[in-house]
Design a protein around this ligand. Sequence first.
Ligand code: LLP
Length: 465
Amino acid sequence: MVSTHPAGVQHSGSQYLPQASTSNTSLSPNQELLPLTARVNSDDHLEIGGCDVTTLVQQFGSPLYILDEQTLRIACQQYQDSFKRYYKGEFQVLYASKAWSCLSICAIAQNVGLGIDVASGGELYTALEAGVSPDKIYFHGNNKSREELRYAIESGITIMADNWHDLLQSVELAEAQHPVRMMLRMTPGIDCHTHEYIRTGHLDSKFGFDPGDLDEVFTFVSKQQALNCVGVHAHIGSQIFERQPHRDLAALMVQWLTQATSYGLNLTHLNVGGGLGVKYVESDDPPSIEEWVKPICEVIQEACATENLPLPKLLCEPGRSLIAPACVTAYTIGSSKMVPEIRTYVAVDGGMSDNPRPITYQSVYRAVVANRMSAPLTESVTIAGKHCESGDIVIKDAQVPKTKPGDVLVVMTTGAYNYSMASNYNRLPRPAAVIVANGEANLILRRETYQDLIRQDCLPQRLKS
Ligand code: LLP
């Protein structure tokens, strides 16, 4: 099948390149399929951050996560600039590190002035090891263990109290003279249209205090010397394109601040969570980072003026929109199978272990053949992973040029919830990741080895032959 443009012009991988030049920092990365520095070089190869992707695969092997530093920094900067522009009070952008937690990414976030949202002791450890300052770390989770809470409290970070268990344990663990700094996560009862597994704002959610508990929670917190409750938090879900739910959320949250005053609570922080979507395929049309930030700021400012409340310190915690568009995954094409009159499978050297999103959420992706960027997209094939599972499909019906073993297939927008959800299924070593900038590539994650795979295995003496 020949894929053509309505005017009859053949498409090629180059169609996915960002439209403006690399010096143009006004593109919102979450509205692009490829990182902002992507270009095609004179060998007709895809280049990112000044590095030839085909050469990177020769050097570092595949599958390979390739993270473009400039795209990540621009996305962080756009959040910061938008708040500076539209919010008259203080603000703090946090990176939701569940999207991809590792030392280098936390270090970049810290370097550009972002704080970090962590959702486990492991993410907290990573952020601290990366040098993130504890006063910029916020700890989420609907079932924090006592050890995690103790670690968080001793580290001096802020606890996002999700439920009574968190509140009661924090009171027990608080050290004399050192009240635990916390914010309250509420379930806002706001619905949005996204995959049911990644919706969190509707009432039937495992996260946060039910709105019906507000009175009891405010009463409890206001009487506890051991707790220093500074504000409220809510997160309605992820990969959201609609604009209204976050406006509704902002208005509702200001009401919570007003309600808190009648309990003698002076809540000065308001965290609207994350959730801005990204473009995975051409038809995805998320708002830009600025278009997401602006109405939230406006609604909060208007509502505070009406309620006669001072402006709270405004926090948000994007994950996907910061990191997803900055990264691609490069695979090497191997075998193929033609099923007459049904489909052709083309297999790559990774799959559901490095990107579990297609099998988990039926997520769709786009890919290019990095070593033949201007070749016309003449084939419609199904890109299969290498796992022993029929559902291990990376992309159904991908439009690609004619492929051969050894070609480098690049799947785009893979920075969020890929590495962080990667597994060792079939005992595949997890891929390496490199960060690219100005023609230089540095490892940020070493490829796992077979020795790494058995590192935690124990072989009791009596089982040894
Ligand atoms: N804050 C909280 C409390 C969250 O639970 C999340 C994401 C975020 C912030 C960041 O949301 P983002 O800006 O990335 O949309 N594994 C799923 C996504 C799960 C999202 C979990 N929470 C996926 O691959 O689509």
